[in-house]
Design a protein around this ligand. Structure first.
Ligand SMILES: *[C@@H]1O[C@H](CO)[C@@H](O)[C@H](O)[C@H]1NC(C)=O
Length: 235
């Protein structure tokens, strides 16, 4: 629900109330959502919220704002679809605003191109640490969900509160969308002052619990020899 309501709220904030109603300006909005139904942000789940926002803008705010929002939905396959659609679409008239895509790699390509063309992008995704670079390649990106670095701030606060020093980050790296990798990358990036050890596993290289236990034992050995209290947490 967070995605829906956040998208909706932002969308409703877009019109500028100072505008008079003498001019009607068309705003072309290009929305990238997966047709594949297996995502939290799939077309069937998110598009009703966008349609609702469009309807509300038309009836409540549209006439006074002077903006008319035209919405075009395109598929996002979490790989290249959104980029190719944006390029094809922009051979004619470029969109004024892009919503999505959510998936990290796909968003990276789209946001780079959109920023180059001065087209704002609003997305509930693109949460990886690299997107924080707002000076150049991702200058036109607005993220409406907390990025992974924000999540890492929560962990940092927990570590400070409990005086934890070390962590083993156990995560699955699917080598495709890599959501778990990007999630923990934020933690790794922000918590440089702590001893953080990444421990990836994948289909080809499955989780080895004996190895994890060995890692814990090694770390605890170290802790004893240092005569200090160390704790290990699984995230
Ligand atoms: C939909 O996405 C899931 C998750 O990425 C994938 O496993 C599945 O094969 C996709 N389905 C189709 C029809 O592409």
């Amino acid at each position: 629900m967070l995605y829906f309501s956040a998208l909706c709220v932002y969308f409703l904030m877009v019109p500028n109330p100072v505008m008079t109603n003498t001019i009607t300006e068309d705003i072309d909005v290009l929305v990238f959502l997966p047709q594949n139904n297996s995502y939290l942000f799939s077309y069937t789940r998110v598009s009703p919220a966008i349609r609702y926002a469009q309807q509300r803008l038309k009836t409540d705010g549209g006439q006074s704002s002077g903006f008319r929002f035209n919405i075009q939905f395109e598929n996002s396959d979490c790989v290249y679809d959104a980029l190719f659609k944006l390029v094809d679409r922009s051979c004619g008239r470029k969109p004024d605003l892009i919503l999505g895509p959510v998936c990290e790699y796909e968003a990276a390509a789209v946001v780079r191109l959109a920023s180059h063309w001065n087209i704002p992008v609003i997305t509930a995704g693109a949460l990886a640490t690299g997107f924080s670079n707002k000076n150049t390649e991702f200058s036109h990106l607005t993220r409406i969900a907390p990025s992974y670095v924000k999540m890492a701030e929560t962990f940092t606060a927990m570590f400070e509160h409990f005086a934890w020093k070390k962590a083993l980050l156990v995560y699955e790296d699917d080598k495709e969308e890599r959501n778990c990798y990007f999630t923990l990358e934020g933690v790794y990036h922000l918590m440089a002052d702590f001893t953080i050890k990444p421990y990836p596993f994948s289909k080809e290289d499955p989780l080895d619990t004996d190895d994890i236990l060995q890692n814990i034992a090694d770390t605890e050995g170290n802790a004893v020899s240092n005569s200090r209290l160390h704790q290990i947490k699984f995230i």
